[in-house]
Write a protein that binds this ligand. Structure first.
Ligand SMILES: Cc1cc2nc3c(=O)[nH]c(=O)nc-3n(C[C@H](O)[C@H](O)[C@H](O)COP(=O)(O)OP(=O)(O)OC[C@H]3O[C@@H](n4cnc5c(N)ncnc54)[C@H](O)[C@@H]3O)c2cc1C
Ligand code: FES
Ligand code: FES
Length: 1241
């Protein structure tokens, strides 16, 4: 109601950090005001009694004064779509409030819980590192400490200094309140009663009276359930403000920490203990600190209390004692037992998670052993595991049996056998992965054994690998493309200008669709989706929902005034399922209510009766069995395959499966539909990458002409291809609701629903046969690509075409054939995602090259690369690979590839349980739509009397900087400063029928159109300027002109395998090195070097941002992002707690991006090149490097180097591929058929 929309909502469960704010409280124990960064989505308003909350708006603004944090993240190019930016700013601001001179490690820890899907994190860190006392050379600097300031990717000249006097003071009235003795507080809401007891006595009394009421402290367990699962507790007791629960007492036998203390407070206490006791005596504390560092995020640790033993100290449970009040099971304080580890006592903590940090562990463990004085005889042994049962498991029998034994290899063998028998992970365990979990149980024990054996000789060192990763960018100087010396200093083209809206984004002033204030009478719509994969709809009963408070109506297919379908290239898709559902998550109806909570609650009450229909299947393999494919089936071919195979010395057959990917744009999909009440006019404020298509679909749905429907798109909080298609259906549904009620309707998908309904990148399976000579020359390759298209075609056939068109990558394989089949399954329909089939097409051919290289031990990529000045692709498109070869050679040189291969060999020879791998790939990526008519751009340029310029264009600003580049182009032509040019929004009323912003072609098309419009104006103005040289041109005339661009036709004749599919190719090369832990499957990205040809960049800062951001999305695609479906076709991984996109911890400590110098491109505006999509594919270098590292481990163990391995390369797959005695100890009984937890679709 106060309109502070700067704080963003990305997940509602504490898992993304977009909602970070600072909470300050007076602490009566420390007698000072303390500041904490917290996630607003998990802060119940009642818990904030007596607290001051500072949001991004409270620290600075463009209208008054910026805060240095806001200014520096913007200037360092750390804000692309900007949706994560307020959260980043508030995390950093809170750090600086507590510590004005942080270290880079402090910054890394602080930002660990703030996800960004656009930037790749590097520029954010670079901007914030300028607050550190000692400036470490940044991404753009050199080894001598010369930083970005030197080569001007960004400049920190004249930035605002950190000035504490600018900070809001803690309100004096809260200070007075905080010093007073607390009283019992009671709040009554619509559904929940909240009581904050005055003190511990009061709490105990209340708890005795209301034993069922949960005691809430940090709300990080209860909150997500209430927010996302609809759990309602009629009464809540709040323990967070009780001083007795927050006391810390140092005792002779340890320290007692109140159960209401946050995990951050606990960490500080432990660090204090470590400092006082020294390294030898503080082993227990060190183990706890290391575990704490990996647990959740800074914000969550600032909120969460130490209540659940299983979370934190499964690990070292034996060291934590709980003081129980016998009246009820309540822990008022926790004693962290004797910290003074004995000389013969060893403690270790282990954990393995899907992501190195900010992720629940798959298995974790705490182990402690004490030896009889001066001997290696075990006196005491404790082994605990988490993640192997419903609660903490102690290996009691094993520990008992091992006591009294000598700590030697025999103990290891017996211990492993005992553990294998004692720790049972049922095949039905929630989360699945039972074989992996079993392997981890044994591997952790082995690690502990080794550690103790070695530590007896060396100083104590715990191992929690996730905590050892520190973010530090040490980089070679980045070769920025410089503008020619002759270029006027007023001409911004080619210069690294800051994103046009970066400051608005950093201050929270930037408006996204859900920030638009509600319109009078506005309603909210929530979708009702199918819970069955393939079924007949027998009945829909919305009566219960309609009876609920605030519910206005229920809409379904019969409420659609026009046509209940979305048409895409003659392929219809129902808006509301009418008779039959074909996937879980398909929209059947929608509830319209006064508020979003009411709509959400009521939508869950709509009762649908189904009758299941056969067949129902979800996987590519099953679709092949059922011969269930969409049309058209595509083929591309060159040469004579049979001849090629005949001449080959070797034939190899294999396959590669690549899992799908969720877009996980930080802003979920949605819109506001506002009926204007006159002539059927409707305004839509919508997060769409393709406003014209949304307009068209809404028109058809309502039976209204497009001229009555106006779509406005100010900006998107990320799109990545996910906001082209489904948003049109959502818009049509919201528009139907607006039509029926005559009122404005808002639709904002919750993260869970967004992931379920809108789907993402399709999984691919490539089956190949390749023939090659002894010298590494590949003569023939025959690849069949299968993609999982889901239940409707959507864009899947075009995605498949792009995969086929990229199947040659940079290689001249004379006989090459590709078949492409899109499988029709009963999953939500897959859609466009950055790269659009390119990464899949490229990865499968790279896999072929990788396997051939692994077998013949030769530089197969080099040998087979296109090298002639004039080459033809397999679809007979002429191109010159000159710049691709330059990128390749430069990448080899800059990454020091040959030398590092030798070092890796040496490393692997000296390390049995850790292995390294390196991989380098070239890239040739087609730019533009292969459907020629899409390659068009349009713009409208208006000049006003005051000389200011307003541009409208058909592109969508979603973080890529299309507006910034358009303004740079206009500024060059109109010869006015960028500050005089503005782009307000994308609007179908200003620029009609625009193509989607996609295919890396947005800037090419829009840039050309803006150029055309501006040049038209200049042609009209120039004679006048000559005639009246005394006037500035602004004084002469007011002008408006449209600009249009339509490039030469592109198309492919699929019958003849012939056609110019693209305007040109963007080239590049990437080299990555990784290290794997063979015992756990953990991997570390060590270093990545990228050389990218972006032609003559219009804005190198934005282009580098695209390269890094795309690459980091690729890290996710190829390593940690794993979508899981249940055997019933239900998406299990919905939301950031289950689906892990790369966080700060996943970025290689060395990430060097080089833009190729002196590269031209006659086919695009000012010789630039499209760059949005290509770098995602570079993530595959990590996949192949991991595969190489696993092969090294297998070679050493005498195992075959050819092994099945699919993408993403998760910890589970890495561990299980590094077969050893532990993985073999308990082979799965394949005869016993158990239902798997998840299936590979
Ligand atoms: C994004 C996110 C990431 C997370 N990551 C991890 C992770 O990596 N590893 C991990 O282990 N956990 C993780 N958690 C869980 C979280 O850290 C724990 O849930 C946290 O310790 C709970 O503390 P709380 O004060 O917030 O609990 P609340 O939600 O306030 O309360 C939870 C429950 O505990 C009971 N309770 C509270 N205090 C006491 C007490 N003193 N005695 C007895 N019962 C009590 C309450 O009655 C209630 O039922 C994560 C949570 C989130 C939201
Ligand atoms: S919205 Fe609060 S953490 Fe995601
Ligand atoms: S800029 Fe971080 S999510 Fe877009």
């Amino acid at each position: 109601s106060v309109g502070l929309t700067g704080t963003k909502y990305g997940c509602g469960g504490g898992g993304c950090g977009a909602c970070t704010v600072m909470v300050s409280r007076y602490d009566p124990i420390q007698e000072t005001v303390l500041h904490w960064s917290v996630t607003a989505c998990l802060q119940p308003i009642c818990s904030l009694h007596g607290a001051a909350v500072v949001t991004v708006e409270g620290i600075g603004s463009t209208k008054t004064k910026l805060h240095p944090v806001q200014e520096r993240i913007a200037k360092a190019h750390g804000s692309q779509c900007g949706f994560c930016t307020p959260g980043m700013v508030m995390s950093m601001y809170t750090l600086l409030r507590n510590n004005p001179q942080p270290t880079t490690e402090d910054i890394r820890e602080t930002l660990g819980g703030n996800l960004c899907r656009c930037t790749g994190y590097r520029p954010i860190i670079d901007g914030f590192k300028t607050f550190c006392n000692t400036l470490i050379s940044c991404q753009n600097g050199d080894r001598n400490g010369k930083c970005c300031m030197e080569n001007k990717l960004f400049s920190m000249d004249n930035v605002l200094p950190l000035d504490p006097t600018q900070d809001l003071i803690f309100p004096p009235e809260l200070l007075i309140m905080g010093k007073k003795k607390a009283e019992r507080l009671c709040f009554q809401g619509e559904k929940v009663r909240w009581i904050s007891p005055a003190d511990l006595k009061d709490l105990i009394k209340l708890k005795a009276e209301y034993s069922n009421a949960p005691l809430l402290v940090g709300n990080t367990t209860i909150g997500p359930k209430m927010n996302l699962k609809g759990t309602v507790h009629p009464l809540v007791l709040y323990g967070g403000s009780i001083p007795e629960l927050r006391t810390i007492k140092w005792r002779n036998n340890g320290v007692t920490v109140g159960a209401g203390c946050s995990l951050s407070v606990l960490k500080d206490v432990l660090l204090q203990g470590i400092e006082e006791l020294g390294p030898e005596k503080s082993r227990v504390y060190q183990a706890l600190v290391q575990t704490l560092q990996c647990l959740a995020s800074k914000q969550i640790r600032n909120m969460a209390s130490l209540l659940i033993p299983s979370i934190l100290f499964l690990t070292t449970n034996s060291l934590l004692q709980y003081k129980y009040n016998m009246n009820f099971s309540f822990h008022s304080e926790k004693l962290i037992a004797n910290p003074c580890a004995l000389q013969w006592e060893f403690v270790s903590a282990f954990r393995q998670a899907q992501r190195r940090e900010f992720s629940f562990s798959i298995v974790n463990s705490g182990m402690r052993v004490t030896f009889r004085h001066d001997s290696n005889v075990v006196e005491n042994l404790d082994i605990f595991y988490g993640g192997v049962g419903p609660t903490l498991v102690k290996a009691r029998h094993t520990c008992k049996e091992l006591m009294g034994r000598k700590w030697d290899e025999k103990l290891l063998v017996v211990g492993t056998q005992l553990l294998e028998e004692e720790i049972y992970v049922p095949p039905t365990a929630p989360g699945g992965q039972e074989e992996y979990r079993k392997a981890l149980v044994l591997s952790f024990f082995f690690k502990f054994y080794m550690q103790v054996t070695l530590d007896a000789l060396k100083p104590f060192k715990n191992e929690v690998p996730q905590a050892n990763h520190s973010f530090q960018v040490v980089s070679l100087p980045m070769k920025l493309q410089l503008v020619p010396e002759t270029q006027s200093s007023n001409d911004p083209v080619g210069r690294p200008n800051v994103h046009q809206a970066a400051l608005q984004q950093a201050t929270g002033e930037a408006v996204y669709y859900d920030d638009i204030p509600s319109v009078k009478g506005e309603l909210f719509v929530s979708m009702v989706t199918s819970t069955r994969a393939h079924a007949k709809i027998i009945s829909i009963d919305a009566s219960m929902a309609l009876a609920m408070s605030g519910v206005v109506t229920f809409i379904s297919a019969k409420d659609v005034p026009g046509q209940n379908r979305r048409l895409w290239f003659n392929n219809p898709e129902e808006l509301f399922a009418e008779e039959e559902v074909i996937c879980v998550g398909q929209i059947i109806g929608a509830i319209v209510a006064e508020t979003r909570e009411q709509a959400k609650r009521a939508a869950e009450q709509v009762d649908i009766t189904y009758e299941d229909i056969q067949p129902v299947f979800f996987t590519i393999e099953e679709a092949i069995e059922h011969q269930s494919f969409f049309d058209p089936k595509r083929k591309l071919e060159r040469g004579n395959l049979e001849e090629g195979f005949e001449k080959a010395d070797h034939i190899l057959e294999g396959e590669l499966y690549m899992g799908g990917q969720e877009h996980f744009y930080m802003e979920t999909q949605g819109l506001i539909a506002i009926p204007k009440g006159e002539a059927g006019e409707l305004e839509l404020y919508v997060a769409s990458q393709h406003a014209a298509y949304t307009q068209e679909v809404v028109g058809i749905t309502l039976g209204i002409d497009s001229n009555k429907i106006t779509c406005h798109v100010k900006r998107l909080g990320g799109g990545f291809g996910g906001k082209v298609m489904k948003i049109a259906s959502l818009s049509a549904i919201a528009a139907t609701a607006a039509y029926k009620t005559g009122r404005a309707v808002r639709c904002v998908l919750e993260r869970e629903d967004d992931m379920l309904i809108t789907s993402g990148r399709s999984p691919f399976l490539g089956k190949y046969k390749v023939g090659y000579l002894n010298d590494g020359t590949i003569l023939a390759a025959d690849i069949t690509y299968y993609s999982n298209g889901g239940c409707t075609l959507d864009e899947s056939s075009f995605i498949m075409e792009k995969a086929l068109l990229h199947m040659d990558n940079g290689y001249k394989i004379p006989n090459l054939r590709g078949h492409g089949l899109v499988c029709k399954t009963y999953l939500p329909s897959y859609t466009a995602f950055r790269g659009f089939g390119g990464p899949q097409g490229l990865t499968i051919i790279e896999s072929v090259l990788h396997e051939v290289a692994a077998r013949c031990g030769l530089p197969v990529r080099d040998i087979n690369m296109y090298k002639d000045e004039k080459c033809y692709t397999h679809h007979k498109q002429l191109f010159s690979p000159h710049d691709m070869v330059r990128c390749w050679n430069e990448c080899l040189e800059k990454s020091d590839y040959t030398h590092r291969c030798l070092s890796i060999k040496q490393f692997n020879a000296h390390n049995h349980w850790k292995k390294r791998g390196i991989s380098i790939v070239p890239l040739k990526f087609g730019i533009g739509f292969s459907k020629g008519f899409y390659n068009q751009g349009a713009a409208l340029v208006n000049i006003y009397k005051d000389g200011s310029v307003l541009i409208s264009h058909g592109g969508t600003e979603m973080g890529q900087g299309i507006n910034t580049k358009a303004i740079q182009i206009a500024s060059r032509i109109l010869k006015v400063p960028m500050s005089s040019i503005h782009i307000k929004e994308t609007c179908t009323g200003n620029v009609p029928n625009a193509a989607p912003s996609a295919a890396s072609f947005g800037t090419d098309a829009v840039g050309m159109a803006v150029k055309d419009g501006c040049e038209k104006l200049m042609r009209r103005l120039e004679p006048l300027i000559k005639k009246h040289p005394q006037f500035t041109w602004q004084q002469l005339i007011s002008l408006s002109a449209t600009g249009f661009f339509m490039g030469p036709h592109t198309s492919v004749d699929w019958e003849k395998s012939d056609g110019n599919a693209y305007y040109y190719f963007t080239f590049g090369a990437c080299c990555s090195e990784v290290e794997i832990d063979c015992l756990t499957g953990d991997h570390k990205n060590i270093r990545t070097d990228i050389v990218m040809d972006v032609g003559r960049s219009i804005n190198p800062a934005l282009d580098v941002g695209q390269v890094e951001g795309g690459f980091v999305q690729g890290i996710g695609l190829y390593t940690i992002e794993e979508l899981q479906f249940s055997p019933e076709g239900v998406l299990l991984t919905r939301g950031p707690s289950r689906y892990k996109i790369p966080a700060l911890c996943d970025i290689p400590p060395q990430l060097n991006v080089h833009l190729l110098r002196n590269a031209d491109n006659p086919h695009a505006i000012y010789s630039s090149k499209g760059i949005g999509e290509p770098p995602v594919f570079f993530g595959c270098t990590l996949f192949f490097a991991i595969k190489e590292a696993i092969a090294a481990a297998r070679r050493e163990r005498g195992l075959s180097e050819s092994f099945p391995f699919s993408s993403p390369a998760t910890a589970e797959k890495i561990r299980m591929a590094c077969e050893d005695c532990f993985t073999r100890m308990n082979p799965p009984d394949r005869k016993v058929k158990t239902k798997p937890w998840a299936i590979n679709v």
